[in-house]
Write a protein that binds this ligand. Structure first.
Ligand code: FES
Ligand code: FES
Length: 158
């Protein structure tokens, strides 16, 4: 076992991990961040997406030891002082989810876009979220929610 340190949603965590353990396993099963969903474990569905060092990563494809020292954001970290983030409000108001299984991954991708690409075009938004699979919505409401979140956060949409 190896001890790693992660900053998760602003809090420092020390965790003992095996060298073959995934970041997904650490976040979901050891740190109990249940917004991080598990599905294919093969990098195909994107459901396990989190923000690591300001990059969107599929956490099943990152070894926990590779994440040592990293800063991680999950959906649990988006609400501050009881206030939801613009992307969360946008998903609610634009009906960006149905069953909700994919929603944490899309919310984090949208949050990343809001913060890093406030002038993103619809094509760019679709490109960034293309690694995440939704079986319910047809993606339109998700894209609409991300465009709306950009407007909420920055006063204009891409
Ligand atoms: S569970 Fe990670 S990509 Fe599917
Ligand atoms: S809302 Fe059901 S999989 Fe996306």
């Amino acid at each position: 076992m190896v001890r790693i340190t992660l900053t998760v949603n602003g809090e420092k965590k020390e965790v003992d991990v095996s060298i073959s353990e995934s970041l997904l396993h650490v976040l979901r099963d050891k740190l109990h961040l249940r917004s991080v969903k598990a599905n294919c474990y093969r990098g195909e569905c994107g459901i396990c997406t989190v923000i690591m060092n300001n990059r969107l990563v599929k956490s099943c494809q990152v070894l926990a030891v590779e994440a040592d020292g990293a800063e991680i954001i999950t959906v649990e970290g988006l609400t501050r002082d009881g206030k939801i983030a613009p992307i969360q409000r946008a998903f609610i108001e634009k009906f960006g989810f149905q069953c909700g299984f994919c929603t944490p991954a899309f919310v984090l991708a949208g949050h990343w876009i809001v913060n890093n690409m406030p002038k993103a075009s619809e094509d760019e938004i679709r490109e960034i979220i293309s690694g995440i699979v939704c079986r319910c919505t047809g993606y339109k409401q998700i894209v609409d929610a991300i465009k709306y979140a950009i407007m909420l956060a920055h006063g204009e949409s891409g």
